[in-house]
Design a protein around this ligand. Structure first.
Ligand SMILES: Cc1cc2nc3c(=O)[nH]c(=O)nc-3n(C[C@H](O)[C@H](O)[C@H](O)COP(=O)(O)OP(=O)(O)OC[C@H]3O[C@@H](n4cnc5c(N)ncnc54)[C@H](O)[C@@H]3O)c2cc1C
Length: 507
């Protein structure tokens, strides 16, 4: 027995890759919040040794891996309906020379932009350019939750931390007030976004397995006071889609065993994220105003005054406006956005399984991982580690993390059997204040929807609507005021009077 364990440990150690060491830091920080570096490192080392010597070797009695494990995300197992669009139907198709708008990327944001253009534009052509397939980026590699966005307390907390670092010109009270304004603006747009999605699925009859039963999020046992504070803030601010539930309620909704209470997002839902994007794109392409070219990477965007020249592998297209919808890959195309759009790797796996106590249809996050159940098995994943810009978009999951997550499946759901068939990773993007960018990237007509901090479903649909509405000059509520959502807040002029200061002073 010790020999078998030793073999597993050697196998694990030999299998370690650079990302495992990067991710170790992420896990250490999230497992032991509030501790100093040395105690954190000691606790983490103890945990890692136990994991490698005892917990992971024990999983071999009930968990197995297909040979080989597929890198295809579970959502993309079927046929890609836009595999080689439009060439399958029209092998001689050519890119148009000039259009009103080019959208770069056909994930959640790009597909949403195409949908909104098809519904609202009465003139002008939109061209969507996608380097792989529709939903081949994070949109088709994710957990499958439609979130209500990050909850108010979280947004306030991350924005405030950024303001504390960067806005010493403001008093502490001003920074706190400003962080509240950001959080309220975000929550307002995200709540509207969730209802727009639900309404669109119903009205359009989009078949994307949408089930709205909420999302249970286990609190870190060392941070229950934060859960209390966050649900109190939700009540006090009126953005009340975030409540505390007991561990019994948590188990009843999710089947997850927790040490204490959990947070619960009432309005969150589960869906098939790729079917959502495909559904939007199908509707968009019914309009003569929308064109899609997949397998067409954009290599450069050049400002030529009245137009942008969008360089692609198939030639150059002139566009009056550009919508950048490539999220974590933004710095690859727009190097100025290095350190403004920070790519972070997250990964997931799927296996045929009895599922243990896990319930289908509800979003589930443990304090260390996320989980979901379908008819035949379970999806599980974790990680949020920054990777270099050139690694954004790659599919390079860590087997060590997958094996660790198996131990969590056992601990929280008593899973008795699993055969892991798919394992993949994707990258999402975080801005320095973890607040999205929806609006202009330059002073002209180059827009973006990005920096959604792993919550793309909470921003992309309404965000893309906002950008399309702005380009078309349509009336309607402004869910993404420039003073909060613009990339200008990270621009070179941010230490000069920012767009925020005059507003603050006027109040
Ligand atoms: C493991 C994991 C779990 C997640 N879970 C959830 C969840 O449950 N709920 C949720 O809301 N969010 C989740 N997310 C985040 C969510 O998937 C993203 O926020 C969302 O997909 C972002 O949408 P997007 O359209 O901006 O970017 P993407 O979906 O990444 O789409 C960008 C597209 O641009 C294309 N592209 C890139 N560069 C170019 C180029 N130069 N030329 C042409 N095309 C290009 C890519 O191929 C890609 O198709 C998760 C992410 C991961 C990785």
């Amino acid at each position: 027995m010790p020999l078998a364990r030793l073999r597993t440990v050697i196998e694990l150690v030999l299998g370690l890759r650079r990302h495992d060491f990067r991710a170790a830091r992420t896990f250490m920080d999230s497992f032991y919040p509030g501790q100093g570096l040395l105690p954190r490192a000691i606790s983490f080392t103890g945990w890692a040794l136990k994991l490698m010597w005892r917990l992971i070797p024990e999983t071999s009695a009930w968990a197995s891996f297909a040979s080989p494990v597929s890198r295809t995300p579970v959502w993309l197992r079927g046929k890609d309906p836009f595999e080689n669009h439009p060439f399958d139907a029209d092998p001689s198709a050519r890119l148009p020379q000039q259009v009103e708008v080019v959208v770069i990327g056909a994930g959640m944001a790009g597909s949403a932009a195409a949908y909104h253009w098809s519904k609202n534009a009465t003139a002008g052509q939109m061209l969507v350019l996608e380097m792989n397939g529709v939903a081949s980026g994070s949109a088709g590699r994710n957990e499958g939750l439609v979130v209500m966005g990050r909850y108010y307390y979280y947004v306030h907390h991350t924005v405030l931390a950024h303001l504390d670092r960067t806005r010493s010109d403001l008093s502490a009270a001003q920074r706190d007030g400003l962080a509240h304004e950001y959080a309220a603006a975000y929550a307002k747009s995200a709540y509207a976004n969730a209802e727009m999605i639900a309404g669109t699925i119903e009205r359009e009859g989009i078949d994307c397995d949408y089930v709205r039963k909420g999302w249970v999020q286990a609190a870190n046992p060392d941070a229950v006071d934060r859960l209390e504070a966050s649900t109190r803030m939700a009540r006090e601010t009126g953005f009340a889609d975030w409540v505390k539930i007991t561990k019994e309620e948590s188990f009843e909704k999710s089947g997850m065993r927790t040490a204490g209470p959990s947070g619960f997002s009432i309005g969150a839902a589960c869906w098939h994220p790729a079917k959502w994007c495909w559904g939007l794109m199908r509707i968009a392409l019914r309009s003569p105003r929308v064109q899609l070219f997949t397998r067409t990477p954009v290599t450069r965007v050049e400002d030529r005054g009245e137009h942008y020249a969008v360089h692609t592998s198939r030639g150059v297209v002139l566009a009056r406006c550009v919508i950048n919808a490539i999220e974590s890959q933004t710095p690859q195309l727009f190097p100025k956005f290095h350190d403004i759009i920070r790519p972070m790797q997250t990964q997931a796996a799927w296996g045929e399984s009895d599922g243990g106590t896990m319930r289908p249809g509800t979003g589930i996050s443990g304090d260390r991982a996320f989980f979901g159940r379908d008819e035949h098995g379970v999806i599980f994943g974790s990680d949020a580690t920054r990777v270099p810009d050139h690694e954004a978009g790659r599919n390079q999951p860590s087997r060590f993390i997958t094996r660790f997550l198996l131990t969590e499946l056992r601990r929280q759901f008593s899973v008795a059997r699993i055969h892991v068939r798919n394992e993949w990773s994707g990258t999402v993007s975080y801005t320095p204040d973890e607040f999205p960018i929806v609006g202009l990237m330059d002073e002209k007509r180059l827009y973006m929807v990005g920096g959604m901090a792993g919550s793309g479903s909470g921003v992309s649909f309404n965000g893309a609507h906002h950008v399309v509405k702005t380009i078309l000059g349509l009336e309607g509520p402004d869910y993404y005021p420039e003073r909060f959502f613009s990339a200008k807040r990270f621009g070179p002029a941010r230490r000069a009077p920012t767009p925020l200061q005059p507003d603050l002073e006027a109040e």
